[in-house]
Design a protein around this ligand. Structure first.
Ligand SMILES: Nc1ncnc2c1ncn2[C@@H]1O[C@H](COP(=O)(O)OP(=O)(O)OP(=O)(O)O)[C@@H](O)[C@H]1O
Ligand SMILES: [Mg+2]
Length: 339
């Protein structure tokens, strides 16, 4: 049956989730356990997982909920800059260090002092810089380009990559000593396709975000779409789901329900015995009787509450979104019962 009841309010769901991350599937609970263990330690953390699984979000959560929360959180993407520039961004430089260095420049390690430096896409760090980074981590000191002396810093590093660093170590593309130093505490984020019901929780959370931002009416997910989402691979993980929802709401104009029609890139689900939603009560006398009874109850309650959806939903003990879904299904217009 419909999932709306269970996932009707992302605000409720969000408050159930630690670290402001959405999802309470078993694989995510494991992630939360790991986060709780590292929050107040000084261990360097390595976040791995496919693209879009939430590595940056987890890094931010570790900062926000950990004991360095009042100190800086600085992000440096190791894939976005050419080697030379990345080096001066990370370690800084002194005036005159090279042509064009017309003033002192603070590096990311200094900017993150006493806080956290998030080194994203660490798998793209060139070997020469890997050696320099290793030294900084071992000694907790940096020497800006053009400086003659090292100075102490106190920075906790969280690194992230969607690449398999162990394979890179085996191929000689990543230093094993740096790998072990970064991976004091590895946390692997599960792909979205392995998170079960979290897919719908996230989908509703993103819907609610957009509804609130754009001041739209309630929007629900049709059962048939819920099944399709739960069977999709999501190569782009949570990021992909988020942009799918954005696009679907644009395509849906002012419908209350998102269906697969609004998700042009979602492959159709092949009907089979393993999809009880399509099979279950879809045919037969029992289904017909239950439907007829449900329709009658809805009409009775609407009459009693003079077409007021909120009061009817409360009286029936369901979320308003569920009521709307059922009314649409039975082609009942609550306005017909307004006083
Ligand atoms: N558990 C979650 N709850 C809510 N939003 C999430 C969750 N996980 C990811 N997101 C959202 O999904 C998007 C992608 O997350 P993020 O940028 O952290 O992924 P990533 O693993 O760093 O991806 P990449 O490897 O491509 O850099 C962001 O908009 C983020 O807010
Ligand atoms: Mg990222």
């Amino acid at each position: 049956m419909a999932k709306q009841n269970q996932f009707s309010s992302s605000r409720r769901v969000a408050s159930e989730n630690p670290y402001a991350l959405i999802g309470n599937s078993l694989p995510m609970k494991r992630v939360y356990q790991l986060i709780s263990k590292v929050l107040h330690s000084e261990a360097n953390i390595l976040l791995t997982g496919e693209t879009g699984t939430g590595k940056e979000l987890v890094a931010k959560a570790i900062h926000e909920y950990g004991h360095r929360r009042t100190q800086p959180f600085v992000v440096q993407n190791c894939a976005s800059l050419p080697d030379g520039l990345l080096e001066s961004e990370l370690f800084g430089y002194r005036k005159g260090a090279f042509t064009g260095a017309d003033r002192n420049h603070q590096g990311m390690f200094d900017a993150a002092n006493h806080g956290i430096l998030f080194l994203d896409e660490i798998g793209d760090l060139p070997l020469t810089l890997q050696a320099k980074l290793l030294r900084v981590l071992q000694e907790q000191e940096v020497r800006p380009l053009g400086d003659t002396e090292y100075h102490k810093i106190n920075v906790r590093v969280i690194a992230a990559t969607h690449r398999n660093l162990e394979d890179m170590v085996a191929r000689g593309e990543f230093r094993s000593d740096l790998y072990y130093r970064l991976a004091h505490f590895p946390i692997e984020l599960p792909p979205l396709r392995e998170r079960g019901d979290d897919i719908l929780k996230l989908a509703y959370a993103f819907i609610d975000e957009i509804v609130e931002r754009d001041r739209l009416g309630l929007i629900s997910i049709h059962d048939e779409l819920a099944v399709a989402l739960q069977h999709y691979e999501f190569p782009g993980n949570v990021r992909e789901l988020k942009s799918m929802i954005e696009r679907a709401i644009l395509l849906a104009d002012d419908t209350d329900f998102l269906t697969s029609q609004h998700f042009p890139n979602l492959p159709p689900v092949v009907m089979s015995e393993s999809h009880p939603i399509e099979n279950g009560l879809s045919n037969g006398l029992l289904k017909e009787l239950v439907d007829r009874y449900e329709r009658q109850v809805l009409i009775d309650y609407l009459k009693k509450h003079r077409g007021n959806q909120k009061h009817t939903a409360t009286a029936l003990g369901v979320a308003r979104r569920t009521l709307i879904y059922k009314l649409t299904k039975h082609k009942i217009n609550s306005r017909d019962w307004r006083a």
